[in-house]
Design a protein around this ligand. Structure first.
Ligand code: NDP
Length: 293
């Protein structure tokens, strides 16, 4: 039994996740830009809350899907005094382990449980309800969180204590970013050598250098020049920062992740907060004077 659920953060991935949650009667939603919550409620039958506090008072479980752990803490504090013992916060944000432990400690004072529950699979996976969900936390909260995330999950894995799921998600996304940078540099060079990008990708994807980046992102988004905006570069830059912090805290020396973090930070400064993560490729193209197509 999970009781009623409140969903906070109807952004690019939060919204399609919340659509599945709203399939369960009694779902309440809140979004900073209230118009988005009203429009969502009209479409799905969920109830829009007038404030974070109102949402927390109305439900047993809260799901957050916000940019960083800092906003999750803001939300937790906004309902200070309204949290009740036995409630659970399931945080789908790609947050940071230390930030999660702080949120968990704050909620624990009111007897509220916390599970970090970041997702992978992108906006397509969210729409399909097939996201991979990593859970960090203690029993019995984790068992309850499994039921809460089930409407949008294809795979659910309990990976360790509070913060462990956020660490894993950050490392996964660091690998994504390293792959984007390496593929962009390699393909820019191959195009200069006279190899068509499509041909290069076909060969790489039948060889040992293939990855999700070469199999899906480059053919669908770069070669086509479509560059859809599904996951902001600024958020991937944030994930690289979290991954670096995890490496630092564990005493692991970083080479490639650090280099990629520097490149993504430069791209973020040059391209702004709204561009998609794959648009990073444009910075490599510009620097090398070639289009990857
Ligand atoms: P978006 O930037 O599209 O949405 C962010 C959401 O957070 C919006 O609902 C926004 O409200 C809200 N928000 C921002 N700042 C605040 C604040 N100070 N207080 C309250 N609400 C706030 O992000 P995504 O939906 O893409 O990402 C959400 C999380 O999921 C991130 O941690 C991201 O890294 C992760 N993620 C994203 C994926 C993707 O493919 N997009 C894939 C996997 C993980 P408003 O509508 O008012 O702007």
């Amino acid at each position: 039994m999970t009781g009623s659920t409140g969903f906070i953060g109807l952004g690019a991935i939060g919204r399609p996740m919340a659509v599945h949650v709203a399939g369960v009667p009694g779902t309440v939603v809140w979004n900073r830009t209230a118009e988005r919550a009203r429009e969502f409620a009209q479409e799905t039958g969920a109830t829009p809350a007038g404030s974070i506090r109102e949402l927390v008072e109305a439900v047993e479980t809260v799901i957050t899907c916000l940019p960083t752990s800092a906003e999750v803490m803001e939300v937790a504090r906004a309902a200070e005094g309204a949290w009740r013992a036995g409630q659970l916060l399931v945080d789908a944000t790609s947050g940071d382990p230390a930030g999660s432990r702080e949120v968990a400690a704050f909620l624990a004072e009111a007897g509220v449980g916390f599970v970090d529950a970041p997702v992978s699979g992108g906006t397509d996976g969210a729409r399909a309800g097939t996201l991979t969900v990593m859970l960090g936390g203690d029993e019995p909260w984790v068992t309850r969180a499994r039921a809460v995330v089930a409407p949008y999950a294809g795979k659910v894995e309990h990976v360790g204590p509070i913060g462990a799921a956020h660490a894993l998600k950050a490392v996964n996304n660091a690998l994504l970013a390293v792959n984007i940078q390496a593929a962009a540099e390699g393909l820019a060079a191959l195009v200069q050598c006279g190899v068509k990008a499509e041909v290069a990708l076909e060969v790489i994807n039948a060889s040992s250098g293939r990855s999700n980046v070469t199999e899906n992102l480059f053919p669908e988004r770069v070669v086509t020049r479509a560059f859809p905006r599904t996951f902001r570069l600024a958020l991937l830059d944030k994930d690289l920062g979290v991954a670096l912090k995890v490496l630092e805290e564990t005493g692991v020396r970083s080479g490639s992740i650090r280099t990629t973090r520097e490149a993504f930070a430069r791209a973020r400064a040059a391209l702004g907060e709204e561009v998609d993560h794959v648009e990073f490729v444009k910075t490599v193209e510009e620097a090398s004077g070639v289009e990857i197509r």
